[in-house]
Structures are given as C-alpha cells and as structure tokens.
Design a protein around this ligand. Sequence first.
Ligand SMILES: CC(=O)SCCNC(=O)CCNC(=O)[C@H](O)C(C)(C)COP(=O)(O)OP(=O)(O)OC[C@H]1O[C@@H](n2cnc3c(N)ncnc32)[C@H](O)[C@@H]1OP(=O)(O)O
Length: 435
Amino acid sequence: MSSLALLPSQKPPETREGAARVPPESLIYDWNQVEAPPRPPQPFGLIDETLRDGIQSPSATNPSLEDKLELIELMQAIGVDAVNLGMPCASPRALADVVAMSRHIQARRLTLTPAVAARTVLSDVEKVIDAVQQGGMPLTLYVFIGASSLRQWAEGWSLDFLASASAHTIGFAVREGLEVAFVTEDTSRSSPEILDRLFRTALGQGARRLVLCDTVGHATPAGARALVRWTRQLIASTGCPGQVEWHGHNDRGLGLDNALAALSAGADRLQACGLGVGERVGNTAMDVLLLNLKLLGWYTHDLSRLADYTRKVSEALRIPIPFNHPLSGEDAFRTGTGVHAAALIKALGRGGGRLADHLYSSVPAQEFGREQRIEVGFMSGLSNVRFWLQSRGLPSDEALCQEVLCWAKERDSLPREEEILQVVETHRRRRQSAG
Ligand SMILES: CC(=O)SCCNC(=O)CCNC(=O)[C@H](O)C(C)(C)COP(=O)(O)OP(=O)(O)OC[C@H]1O[C@@H](n2cnc3c(N)ncnc32)[C@H](O)[C@@H]1OP(=O)(O)O
C-alpha cells in the first residue's frame, strides 16, 4: 500500500480550444485501408437463423412465442431482410409458432421475408405447405441434405440417392408454389464432383438459392472465397438464375472472417444468429457481423437498436451475454485501468463523447446505443477514483481519493458501487468526528 504514495497525482486535464471540432478520422491513421478487403461486388442480404439454428444450441431454451415475436420486430429494426422461423416438421409447437410468426409478419406489414427449413423429405415439405396455408403467407423453403462423402458414409447414402431425393423434393415444392433454397450440409468438405451434380440438379428443378454450409466450422477465409467463387461460376454456366448464400459456424473462431470473405467473393446473402448461438460453438454472430459491416461502410441501416436485439436474444434463449462480447458485453465499453481511464477522462474533457469514444475503443459506443464507463479497481489510478466520485456529485479531495484507491488496490476484484460508497461514508464520518 505504501507504493501508492509514489503515484503522481493527476494533473488537471489541459484544455485545447477547438479540439471538439476535430473529426476523429483525421486523428486516426488506418492501416486497414492499406489492404482493404474488396467491397462486395453486388448488394447483399442477411437472413437471421437464431430461431432455427440458434435454438439448436444445447444450452438454448426454446423461446416463448411472445419472445419470438419481439425478436422478429428487433430483426426488422436492425435491417435484416429475411428470417428463418424454424422447422415446422420438428413438432406441433414448432409448426404452430411458424404459423403465428407468419401471421404477425403480415399483420405488422414487416418487410422481413419469412423462411423455414425441412429435410429433402416429402412429409417435411407437406408440413411447410400446411404452415403456408394456415399462416396465409408464402414461406421460402430451405431444404437440406447432408452432402459430403463423410456425411454420405455415415448415413449409408450414395450420390445418386442425394440427387434423386433432392430433385424429387425440390420439384415437388416448386410445383406447390414454394420458393426454394437448396442447402447442402457440409458443403465446405464436399468435393466439386458432388456439388456440381447436386447444384445442377437443384437449379434444374427450380431452386433459386444455393446455401453453402460450413456446417462444422472447417472453412478458412481462403476456403470460403474459393467455394463462393466456384459456385458462382457453376451457376453462370447453367444459365439458371441462382443466388449464393453463406452459412458458417464458429468452431475454429473463424465464423466472422469467413462470412466477410464470402461476401467479398460474391455471396448474395449471409446467414447468422444473434450472439453467435447455434450448434456446438455456434454460428457467425449476427450482431458482430453487423457491427463489422457497418464499420467497413458496407451497411448503412441504423444500428442504434443492435444492443437491444442482442439483449433480447440472450433473454429469449436464456443464454447469458459473455462479459467480453463485442458491443453488448458488460465490459465492452468499461475500464478500471488507470492509464486508459486517465486518457479517456482527458479526451472527455477536451472533445466530448465522440472523440473519447475512439480513444480506447475501435467501436464508437454512442453510435450503437452504448456509453463508456470508468470503474475503480485494483488496476486503477487516482484518475479513476476522482472521475468516479465527481460523476456521482461526491467530494473528490486528494485524501479521499487516495483512501478509496488504497482500499481498491487491496481487493481481488472490482468493488461494487455500494462498497465504494461505504468507504466514502466511513471517510466522511471519520473526518467529521476529527474536525
Ligand atoms: C441444416 C441443419 O442444421 S441440419 C439440423 C436440422 N435440425 C434438426 O434436426 C432439428 C429438428 N429435428 C427434429 O425434430 C427431428 O430430428 C426430425 C423431426 C426432423 C426427425 O426426427 P426422427 O424421424 O425421429 O429422426 P431422427 O432425428 O432420429 O433422425 C434423423 C433422420 O432424418 C434422416 N435425414 C436427415 N436428413 C435427411 C434428408 N435430407 N433426406 C432424407 N432423410 C434425412 C436421417 O437419415 C435420419 O433417418 P433415420 O431415422 O431413418 O435414421
């Protein structure tokens, strides 16, 4: 504790007239621009898979219908253009929820395109047709089959079986008036020979979207780019209209990088789930993807409700937001660190929130509905304490600041607000009785 006496006391921040008017961009050299990723070659879309793949996370709770409806509203608010409502064949409740969500989308005149998933199995597709009839609105069918040799081996399937099951089911769905997206599970580990056969079959039967699935999170950005480019060339060679969609998992922690690489290579749409929930370690996180798309300048929709969306995903699926999750994590914009806090406080004094927002974060908190917070803890300096006290309208004389800081340094974790207030109160009483 005696070492604290050696800490230099914080000088009052210098003020520099006019600093507030300096745009942050002019103070930040951006190496990212030196080798900037290629912009997507065409407009792109986003489909939210939280209510399909997201709830396949073993840790997720199946959200109530009310929560699902609220989530759909928030998806619309953040500018997502399509939503997968689930698998009607999974259970009577799943079917009923899909129907209720379709009715909601219609009644509220939302612009989200609703979609559902099914196996290449006629009885699954019949359930989708039920959902369309009961819900009274079209649903895009995402019809899937395990494609890779590994997946075929596990099931005892042949490529002929995959092609005929796909042709049969897609043909049936298209004749029934459904728009069809063809989903090849494990695409990123499937050979070009397999994909060539299946994609030509699907497009020939009227599928209008090919979904490239990195089902086990095997892809790297280079692999994602190669697969997207190869698929675009294949579609062009068929003369059929067809779009490319990317579905990525995060097993190697590369979900976001792969999604961005797929987009740069020409994917028309990306799939993602709020908070990155989904099978095993989950899917590309929709919230982090949107954050990056926005910062890259590739997405212009207002994202001030993005943190609300992420909170709702957490609440609806009963999955806590990790403390260090980008943007919405508890710690995303707070610091208890002395050097960082001292600089942040000076920046606040000089230029207000906008510049301060860029000082110790690459994400401007205010733009996304959040704000910077300064805490007091064992890695703090006097600046933290003084700011903490002043921002609560409390006295912040040197003796009190030193006492709070010495006390905080002795602790193993950041103190709670009430605990700091207790130290302040004890100090006040001691002074009162002394004086
Ligand atoms: C794209 C993805 O993420 S794939 C994950 C899809 N999501 C889910 O599975 C969640 C919801 N699933 C469910 O509710 C159930 O698994 C159901 C209703 C689909 C099927 O339940 P069950 O009939 O009891 O089958 P079960 O789940 O045990 O096994 C899956 C069956 O589907 C078969 N199957 C899987 N995909 C296909 C396909 N595209 N075409 C034909 N059969 C398929 C499997 O071979 C297996 O058949 P089997 O029972 O003869 O071995």
